[in-house]
Design a protein around this ligand. Structure first.
Ligand code: IVH
Length: 670
C-alpha cells in the first residue's frame, strides 16, 4: 500500500525534525493524526508490517534477557587527563609522531563534547537499523535493539542518501537533564532510590527488560564515531557531517581546531558553556581529524593514540556552615547533616550535605561557623570535602556529636566496631517508628499505593497508624479530612492496603524492618525456610546454617521475634491476611525437565547465586559440568562470561542461555 509507505516516510521526516533538528515542522496534533492513520492502516494490513515502522517505537512486548553480541571492532576507551597542559602535550606528541614538519596546521584536531551517558554501537545495513549493542566489556555487549528503537532521535530507516551499504555508528545514550529531574522527582514520590546522575539513569534504563518503560523515559542519543569499510570522507569531521545529513544527532559543538591556542580556547569556552547544554557532559574529547594520520598513530591496548579525553574538574564552592543537625533514621542511626548557607553548585542550590558520621566530622576537623568546601562531581549528591581553616572564627569550638537522641532524648550507644551512634529505643522513638512505616509501604516492600513518606508522618502524628499492623485497620472515613487527603486519595490508600495482602512472603519479610535483613537477604531466607512460622521457630544456630545468614543477622532475627510487641503485630498481620509463606509450586522445585542435559554455568548472575543455580539444575534432573565440551547441552551465562569460554561455545555451536531464559524454561508449562 502506497499510503503506508508514504506515512512512514512522512512520520520519519517529522520525527527527525523534532528530535534531531529541534525544529518541529508540524503540530503535535497533526503528528498524532498521521500516526493514528498509519496505525489503523497497519492493523488492517498486517502483511505489510515492518518491525522498523515508526509505530513500533513504543515498544510493546516484553523481551527476556539480552543476547550477547561480539563487536565487529572492539569498543575501546579513551586516555583521560584533567590538565590542559597534558592535552597540549598530546597535541605536540601527535605532531612529532607524524613527522613534525609543518607544525600543527598539518595535524588538525576535532574538539567535541564528552557526553556523560552510556555508549552504544548501532549497525545499519541498506539504510536500516539492524542491531544496537552496548559496550559491555568492550569485546562483546548486550543486544538492546528493542530498547534503542524507542529512542526517537535515532533513525530506524535512513532517508535516501549516500550512506555505505553497511556501517557502524557509535555514540552515547544520554538522559537529558529535564528528563532526569522528572524521573528522580517521580522516584522520590514513590520512595524509590534516586539515580545519582544521568549516566547511571541512562545505563539502567537501557538495560530494562520492558521496552515500553524505556520508551517512557525520554532517552536521547548523540553520535561521534563512524566505522565502515568505505567511509564517505577521509576525515572524521566530514564523516560526522555526513552522518548528520543521514539523520543522526551529531553535536553542533564539534569544531575543527588548528593550533594549540585554538584547543585551549575550546576548553576554556566549554568549561563554562557546557552548563547551557540540555545533557550532562563530563569533559571534552579531542581527535586527530585525518583518518590516514589516525591510522599512523594507531592504538595502545586500551585506547586510540589519536584521541584524548579532557575531564572537567569537579565543581567546588565555599560556603559558611549554619549548623549541624542530627537526624534519626529507621534503624535509629543518627546522621549528622551540615546545614549550609545556600550556594549554587553545578546548576542546583545546595543547602544541606550529609556528614555521614562522627569520624568524618573529626577527620575534616569541622568547627562551629566554619566555611566549608562543597563539591559535586558527576554525582548529584553534594559532598563536604574540606574546611577553609583561615576563615575560622576565633574561639570556635569543634562540632560535638550529640550524646542523646535528638528525637526522644534516650542516651545514644555506639555499636562496637561500627562508626555510627544509634538510639537504642527501637520501639519508642518516633522517627524510628515513622521510618519503619515508610519502609513498610515502600515500592520494594508492600508497595502501598498512595502512602508516601509525608503520609506516613501524617498518619503517625494523627495517631491513626503507630505500627505497621495499624494500616490494616484503617477505614477511608478516618483518612478523609487529614491534610491533603481527599476522598479519592483516601480510597486509593485503602485499595493499596488491600492489594498489599497479595505481596509475596519474601517482600513481607523485608517489609518487617528486621535489622540487617535487606532485600536480598529476605529473598534468600524466604526461599530456604519457606514460611514465617518456620523462621520464627529457628534458633540462632539453626539460622546461621542458612545461606547469607551470619551470626549478626541470626541474632537480630532472634531478638526481633523475642520481643512481645512484635509478636502481637505479627499476629495482627496474619489475621489481616498477609502472605506468610511462599507458595509450594515455585520454579526450582524438583522435576525432570533437565534430564539428560549437561549444563555449564559461567559468569555472574542477578537472580540466584551460582551455587543456587547448581542446585536448581540438579533438582531438575540435569548435570552441572565445569568445562565446555561437545557434550554440553547449553551454557547458563551471566554477566562477564569469559571471552575464552564464549569463543569455545561458539566454535562448538553450544547454545547460550541467560538466566531469564533458563528460569523461563523451567517454569514453562511442559
Ligand atoms: S570516542 C575509540 N567521543 O567516553 C574512541 N567517546 O572514555 C571511542 N564518550 O566509551 C570513543 N563522548 O562512551 C568518543 N565525543 C565522544 C564521546 C565519547 C562520550 C564516551 C564513550 C567512550 C568513553 C571513553
Amino acid at each position: 500500500m502506497e499510503r503506508i509507505k508514504q506515512l512512514r516516510d512522512l512520520i520519519n521526516a517529522h520525527n527527525r525534525a523534532y528530535y534531531v533538528d529541534n525544529n518541529p515542522t508540524i503540530s503535535d496534533r497533526e503528528f498524532d493524526a498521521l500516526m493514528k492513520e498509519l496505525e489503523e492502516l497497519e492493523k488492517a494490513h498486517p502483511e505489510l508490517d515492518d518491525p522498523l515502522s515508526p509505530t513500533h517505537r513504543v515498544g510493546s512486548d516484553l523481551t527476556r534477557g539480552f543476547t550477547q553480541v561480539v563487536h565487529a571492532r572492539p569498543m575501546l576507551s579513551l586516555a583521560n587527563t584533567y590538565s590542559i597542559g597534558e592535552v597540549d602535550e598530546w597535541v605536540t606528541r601527535c605532531n612529532e609522531a607524524l613527522g613534525g614538519e609543518g607544525g600543527f596546521d598539518n595535524v588538525p584536531v576535532v574538539g567535541e563534547m564528552k557526553f556523560d551517558g552510556t555508549s552504544i554501537s548501532l549497525t545499519y545495513e541498506h539504510g536500516r537499523l539492524v542491531r544496537a549493542v552496548t559496550r559491555g566489556d568492550g569485546e562483546k555487549g548486550d543486544d538492546v535493539t528493542e530498547n534503542i528503537k524507542t529512542i526517537r532521535s535515532i533513525p530506524l530507516v535512513l532517508a535516501p542518501g549516500s550512506w555505505p551499504e553497511s556501517f557502524e555508528i557509535r555514540g552515547e545514550i544520554v538522559l537529558p537533564w529535564k528528563e532526569f529531574d522528572r524521573l528522580n522527582a517521580e522516584r522520590a514520590f514513590n520512595e524509590e532510590p534516586l539515580f545519582a546522575n544521568p549516566r547511571n539513569a541512562a545505563a539502567g534504563t537501557l538495560k530494562m527488560q520492558n521496552p515500553a518503560v524505556v520508551a517512557s523515559r525520554g532517552l536521547d542519543a548523540y553520535f561521534y564515531y563512524l566505522l565502515a569499510d568505505e567511509l564517505p570522507a577521509d576525515n572524521h569531521y566530514d564523516n560526522m557531517a555526513a552522518a548528520r545529513s543521514w539523520g543522526f544527532k551529531v553535536s553542533s559543538a564539534m569544531t575543527l581546531l588548528h593550533s594549540v591556542k585554538e584547543v585551549d580556547d575550546f576548553i576554556n569556552h566549554w568549561d563554562e558553556e557546557r552548563r547551557t547544554l540540555p545533557v550532562a557532559t563530563d569533559g571534552l574529547v579531542f581527535k586527530v581529524n585525518n583518518l590516514r594520520q589516525q591510522l599512523n598513530l594507531g592504538f595502545t591496548a586500551k585506547s586510540p593514540r589519536w584521541a584524548i579525553a579532557y575531564k572537567f574538574p569537579a565543581e567546588r564552592a565555599l560556603t559558611p556552615l549554619r549548623f549541624v543537625s542530627f537526624e534519626v533514621g529507621r534503624m535509629g542511626i543518627v546522621t549528622p547533616v551540615a546545614n549550609l548557607e545556600p550556594v549554587l553548585l553545578s546548576g542546583t542550590i545546595v543547602k544541606r550535605a550529609s556528614l555521614h558520621n562522627e569520624d568524618i566530622i573529626r577527620t575534616l576537623g569541622i568547627h562551629e561557623g566554619d566555611t566549608l568546601y562543597v563539591e559535586k562531581g558527576g554525582e548529584i549528591i553534594p559532598k563536604i570535602t574540606g574546611v577553609d581553616v583561615k576563615a575560622r572564627h576565633e574561639g570556635a569550638e569543634p562540632i560535638k556529636f550529640v550524646t542523646h537522641c535528638p528525637a526522644c532524648g534516650t542516651p545514644l550507644i555506639r555499636i562496637p566496631g561500627e562508626v555510627s551512634w544509634q538510639c537504642p529505643d527501637k520501639y519508642g522513638c518516633p522517627p524510628q517508628l515513622i521510618g519503619r512505616l515508610e519502609h513498610f509501604v515502600g515500592r520494594h516492600m508492600m508497595d502501598i499505593d498512595g502512602v508516601g513518606e509525608e503520609n506516613c508522618a501524617l498518619l503517625y502524628n494523627a495517631g491513626l497508624v503507630r505500627n505497621i499492623a495499624d494500616f490494616y485497620d484503617l477505614r477511608a472515613e478516618q483518612l478523609q479530612g487529614l491534610d491533603r487527603i481527599g476522598p479519592r486519595t483516601a480510597d486509593r490508600i485503602i485499595e493499596g492496603i488491600e492489594a498489599s495482602k497479595s505481596v509475596p512472603f519474601d517482600r513481607v519479610l523485608y517489609a518487617l524492618s528486621i535489622p540487617f535483613v535487606g532485600e536480598t537477604v529476605s529473598r534468600k531466607i524466604a526461599r530456604q525456610v519457606r514460611s514465617l512460622d518456620a523462621l520464627m521457630a529457628m534458633t540462632a544456630d539453626q539460622l546461621t546454617s542458612l545461606e547469607e545468614v551470619g551470626p549478626k543477622i541470626a541474632d537480630a532475627i532472634v531478638d526481633f521475634f523475642a520481643y512481645a510487641p512484635n509478636l502481637e503485630i505479627i499476629e495482627r498481620l496474619r489475621a489481616a491476611g498477609l502472605q506468610f509463606a511462599l507458595p509450594d509450586e515455585e520454579p526450582g522445585e524438583t522435576s525432570d525437565r533437565l534430564a539428560g542435559k549437561t549444563i555449564v554455568i559461567s559468569g555472574v548472575f542477578a537472580r540466584h547465586s551460582r551455587e543456587e543455580y547448581k542446585q536448581i539444575i540438579e533438582k531438575n534432573g540435569g548435570k552441572n559440568a565445569g568445562s565446555i565440551s561437545k557434550k554440553t547441552s547449553f551454557i547458563l551465562a551471566g554477566d562477564n562470561m569469559g571471552p575464552a569460554k564464549l569463543e569455545k561455545a561458539k566454535s562448538l555451536g553450544v547454545p547460550i542461555l541467560n538466566e531469564e531464559e533458563f528460569l523461563a524454561m523451567l517454569s514453562d508449562e511442559a
